[in-house]
Design a protein around this ligand. Structure first.
Ligand code: 5GP
Length: 226
């Protein structure tokens, strides 16, 4: 009766530093073949425990700038400490065409650019329960310099002020509940009326005629339950 669009949806998941975006996204991808995560390109140095082609495609500044020239990105931005981050165009469009949803884990600037190009993009913002909690997590993991940490917090405060540009905000104070909320948002997004391409309902005249001729309708007696 209803034919909906076959293409996938673009889903942006942004959030304050250490809000647990990565864990949430991994849980969304678990046992779900209909969602893919786009791997971004970056010029920032690779960190211990990161894998090229999995966490990001790590390239040099020059390689990144060459890709900008070739129009290879859906969007790109200079995030924190001036490094480039960009969403590859070809891969994302191909996945969407295949009918799968694509998650972009990108920052607020990138989210705005994508939203302008693809207005139906679903924008979800994940908030950490408190800055105090974020501080505890960052200091514990010991992967960044003091300067980089200060930069992270400055960006976080800036991004919180832009939360109203998103469609949904979810606080990650309990990972399982947070994941359930995000899953529900993604599911509801699939039922948007603008995804309807074709709708066919029985012809009204014929249907009403048949209803009036229907034996059960003609002999209908209301059951008042007494
Ligand atoms: P990091 O990986 O250095 O911890 O954080 C990178 C930051 O850049 C995060 O805020 C992340 O959301 C953002 N980011 C990652 N990939 C992209 C991208 O392709 N485009 C944009 N605009 N931001 C990105």
């Amino acid at each position: 009766m209803i034919k909906t669009k076959k293409t996938g949806e673009l889903i942006i998941i942004s959030g304050t530093t250490c809000a647990g975006k990565g864990t949430i996204i991994n849980k969304l991808l678990e046992n779900n073949n209909n969602i893919c995560l786009s791997t971004s390109y970056t010029s920032r140095p690779i960190r211990p425990k990161e894998t090229n082609g999995v966490d990001y495609y790590f390239v040099t500044h020059e390689e990144f700038e060459e890709k900008i020239k070739n129009n290879d990105f859906l969007e790109y931005a200079r995030v924190r400490y001036r490094e480039y981050f960009g969403t590859p165009k070809k891969e994302v469009i191909e996945i969407l065409k295949s009918g799968k949803d694509v998650i972009l884990e990108i920052d607020v600037q990138g989210a705005q650019i994508i939203k302008e190009k693809f207005p139906n993009t679903l924008l979800i913002f994940i908030l950490a329960p408190s800055m105090e909690e974020v501080k505890r997590r960052i200091l514990k993991r010991k992967t960044e310099t003091q300067e980089q940490i200060i930069d992270r917090f400055k960006t976080a405060y800036k991004e919180i002020n832009e939360v109203n540009k998103y469609n949904y905000v979810v606080i990650n104070d309990d990972i399982d509940k947070c994941v359930e909320k995000v899953k529900s948002i993604i599911l509801a997004n699939k039922c948007r009326v603008d995804r309807i391409e074709e709708m066919s309902v029985e012809n009204e005249e014929e249907f009403m005629h048949e209803l009036l001729m229907d034996k059960d309708f003609i002999n209908l007696k209301i059951d008042y339950g007494e």
